[in-house]
Design a protein around this ligand. Structure first.
Ligand SMILES: Cc1cc2nc3c(=O)[nH]c(=O)nc-3n(C[C@H](O)[C@H](O)[C@H](O)COP(=O)(O)OP(=O)(O)OC[C@H]3O[C@@H](n4cnc5c(N)ncnc54)[C@H](O)[C@@H]3O)c2cc1C
Length: 476
């Protein structure tokens, strides 16, 4: 049995941000997750935007936390060497009836303290983003909207937390709890029991199930599905800003997103579904994305789609963020409703909870020698010829290309495997260093990555998994 001061259930953006924040203090922190990797469910399948709170409902907890997070996030990303592009966003006004709603959004942005959210004339917008539909009537420009690699952001926080002493238990699903006399005595997992002073529910889509185990559930999770296209990075028409439909309270609508990795994401839809595990794209969903995107950026080449994916938002009824220090069950903290904005808000949620724990009387002594920074994996593909020579001179495995499409080297893959909370599966390697992300989607490099994983983890190749418990790559 494991004993810990704080148990965080869930290693998505929220759980990993919390783990990093709590790792500053002299306490034992453990994170467990049902998945075989950190990165979460929703947290790894989203638009990767760090947006301002311009369009948020005024005065809500979600709005406040996102505002705080937006102001902190660049420094955190700098400390953790997480790539971010500050590309700004444009919401083109396509129809006369959108002008009134655009004006309403500008007023709301002002109330939310986002003063640089402006409605500009068509000419100014087209000068900034010539790929847009020339028929636009104007557009809302938001200069401080940013894009990141969502997985690198979350895994960087996890790596930094692990370096600062946090223990990560993966493939470790929470299955039940012993609760009596207003206290959680034990948390049961598929890998044994855990005793914790504090139990924090950061389980995203499954936070209602965990809340029921803790006898603290008065809400329902409503999975809200979002479908995306991924374009190859050599597509001829690329946007330089995030292009979004004029946002509504439920969603920012379809976006055309330039990513830090040089390709484009187009999506998402926003459809309420029953099944939390629904990861199927649909012809209707994809068709509606295509129509909306082409309306904004007519030159997009949908034939350059290399893959499609689905992310599921952990929305809730009643709607909105809920962060609860239970009065009924001592030591239980529930987080729910972290739906469309949680990648950004995660870092503020972490501070909010730590502050709440201090208010609740927990003594948190600052740890000596806490490491604020984390080094990223140096990408060979991004370097000049001269820089590539220097990398190869220092480490000859930088000279061995494994993924031809994305120019990923063996050195990068070894680093992905051997760093704290390192890669154990093909997908985990792909997310960390992009091997298999390119046009051939792993057709060429998968056998080589299997070989490397088997060698480095000391397992037979037949034991190497794509992801998940039973997804073995080769027949046994
Ligand atoms: C289509 C889409 C687009 C989005 N775009 C953006 C955006 O641009 N910007 C932004 O800021 N946000 C965006 N979001 C929202 C953001 O992705 C979420 O708010 C955020 O990822 C929620 O993080 P989380 O850690 O709460 O949940 P998750 O990432 O889902 O993590 C929860 C973790 O809990 C684990 N877990 C669940 N049950 C158990 C159990 N029983 N035992 C152990 N572990 C368990 C899961 O395995 C998972 O790893 C988007 C979301 C979607 C789906």
């Amino acid at each position: 049995m494991i004993k810990t001061d704080v148990l965080i259930i869930g290693a998505g953006a929220v759980g990993c941000a919390l783990a990093r924040e709590l790792s500053k203090y002299d306490i034992k922190v453990t994170v467990c997750d049902k998945n075989d990797d950190v990165g979460g469910d929703a947290s790894k399948s989203n638009s990767g935007l760090f947006s301002t709170s311009a369009t948020m409902p005024v005065g809500t907890l979600e709005c406040r936390l996102r505002t705080v997070a937006h102001s902190m996030i660049m420094k955190i990303c700098e400390d953790l060497e997480v790539p971010v592009i500050e590309c700004g966003s444009i919401a083109p006004v396509l129809y006369p009836e959108q002008i009134e709603s655009a004006k309403g959004l500008i007023e709301r942005a002002f109330l939310n303290g986002v003063y640089d959210y402006e409605l500009l004339p068509a000419k100014d917008i087209l000068d900034m983003e010539p790929t847009l539909n020339p028929e636009i009537l104007g557009g809302i420009y938001s200069p401080r909207d940013r894009q990141t690699n969502q997985f690198i952001f979350v895994s960087a926080m996890a790596e930094n937390a692990a370096e600062n002493g946090v223990e990560f238990l993966l493939d470790c699903k929470v299955t039940g709890m012993d609760v009596s006399d207003g206290k959680i005595h034990r948390v049961h997992t598929e890998n044994g029991d855990i005793e914790a002073g504090w139990v924090i529910n950061a389980a995203g889509l499954y936070c209602d199930e965990i809340a029921k185990m803790a006898d603290e559930c008065d809400f329902k999770v409503n999975p809200r599905k979002g479908e995306f296209f991924v374009f190859s990075n050599d597509t001829p028409v690329k946007v330089s800003h995030i292009i979004s439909s004029v946002p509504s309270p439920k969603t920012r609508g379809v976006l055309v997103i330039p990513t830090v990795d040089g390709n484009m994401l187009i999506g998402p839809t926003a459809d309420d579904v029953e099944d939390k595990t629904d990861r199927k794209t649909t012809s209707e969903g994809l068709e509606s994305i295509k129509t909306q995107a082409l309306n904004m950026v007519p030159g997009l080449h949908f034939e350059d789609t290399i893959t499609q994916f689905v992310g599921v938002r952990p929305a809730r009824t009643p709607e909105g963020y809920d962060i609860r220090f239970s009065e009924k069950v001592k030591g239980y903290i529930g987080i729910s409703g972290v739906r469309s904005t949680g990648l950004t808000a995660s870092v503020a949620i972490a501070f909010y909870i730590v502050h709440g724990m201090k208010e609740a009387g927990v003594t948190l002594e600052r740890k000596e020698g806490w490491k604020r920074t984390r080094k990223g994996i140096v990408s060979f593909a991004d370097k000049t010829a001269e820089e590539k020579d220097t990398l190869i001179a220092a480490d000859p495995l930088y000279g061995k290309i494994i993924c031809r499409c994305e120019q990923v080297t063996e050195s990068e893959i070894l680093q992905a495997i051997h760093r704290p909370v390192g890669a154990r599966t093909l997908d985990a390697v792909k997310r960390r260093v992009r091997a298999g992300m390119g046009r051939c989607q792993g057709g060429f490099c998968s056998p080589l990555v299997i070989e490397i994983l088997a060698r480095e983890l000391g397992i037979p190749e037949t034991e190497v998994r794509k992801r998940g418990e039973k997804a073995f790559m080769l027949d046994k």
